[in-house]
Write a protein that binds this ligand. Structure first.
Ligand code: UGY
Ligand code: MN
Length: 247
């Protein structure tokens, strides 16, 4: 969509942000070559995690070292080869992974135009709870469960829902007209990528029309609500910090 000069749907507020694709600017990241990384959310915005979109050219690669950062990754389009924890697997659209802190990983041999979204945070250990293990999966194999009993709003939980994991990565798919059942207000933060369709997102006291390609940051306690609109289902990928003490 071409907007008149000097206009954008992007809004960056104190406790939420909508980043529309028209405003993307690359910022190179060590270990990434032959690709365009865009850091869409990070602590400079007030977030406690980062959301990065990497769009690969043919022959591009991403190499991440073993350090204190953990990464959940999702292939939106295209595909490539993931090397993680002694495994080497091809990921296509819907392929995803979790690389625990202390585990190096690479993504190589991408198809031209591959879009890989990363959610990254510093791993938070908890007394008596083991560190999480690496995961490689395909969203097509994960059943969507009705959200709070609504079969028109289905949630796919991509990572194990156990205390070892201090982050979640889910896909929410809504039939046109379906909604989040109430305005949620919670301590967990979200990073979100609209994968398909359109709708209206309420963030604090603002209502935003959103469509595939849009990215949203919701800080802790940002009141949030969504309604899917149009004739196609709407779906989004999102990150959430989970399973750790309140203080
Ligand atoms: O998991 C969640 O908190 C989810 N229901 N939030 C959201 O979709 N904005
Ligand atoms: Mn939520």
């Amino acid at each position: 969509m071409t907007l008149p000069y000097g206009q954008t749907r992007t809004r960056v507020a104190a406790r939420h942000a909508l980043i529309a694709p028209d405003g993307h600017v690359k910022s190179m990241i060590p270990g990434i070559a032959g690709a365009t990384p865009v850091t869409l959310i990070n602590p400079t915005m007030g977030a406690r995690f980062a959301q990065v979109l990497i769009t690969f050219a043919a022959g591009g690669r991403a190499e991440y070292p073993a350090d204190g950062t953990e990464t959940a990754g999702y292939v939106e389009t295209g595909g490539g080869t993931l090397t993680l924890g002694g495994k080497k697997e091809k990921l296509g659209p819907g392929g995803y992974f979790f690389a625990p802190a202390g585990t190096a990983w690479t993504f190589t041999a991408p198809k031209a135009g591959t879009r890989l979204t990363l959610f990254q945070k510093a791993y938070a250990s908890a007394p008596g709870i083991a560190a999480p293990a690496a995961v490689i999966g395909d969203a097509r194999d994960v059943k969507g469960e009705p959200f709070l009993g609504d079969p028109d709003a289905r949630l796919q939980v991509l990572l194990p829902d156990v205390p070892e994991f201090d982050l979640a990565m889910n896909i929410f798919t809504y039939q046109p007209g379906a909604t989040l059942p109430f305005v949620e207000t919670h301590v967990m933060e979200h990073g979100l990528l609209m994968l398909a369709g359109q709708g209206v997102y309420r963030l604090e006291d603002s209502w935003y029309p959103v469509a595939a390609g849009d990215v949203i940051w919701m800080a802790s306690y940002c009141p949030q609500w969504f309604v899917a609109m149009g004739k196609q289902p709407a779906s989004y990928l999102y990150y959430k910090d989970v399973n750790r003490a309140a203080l």
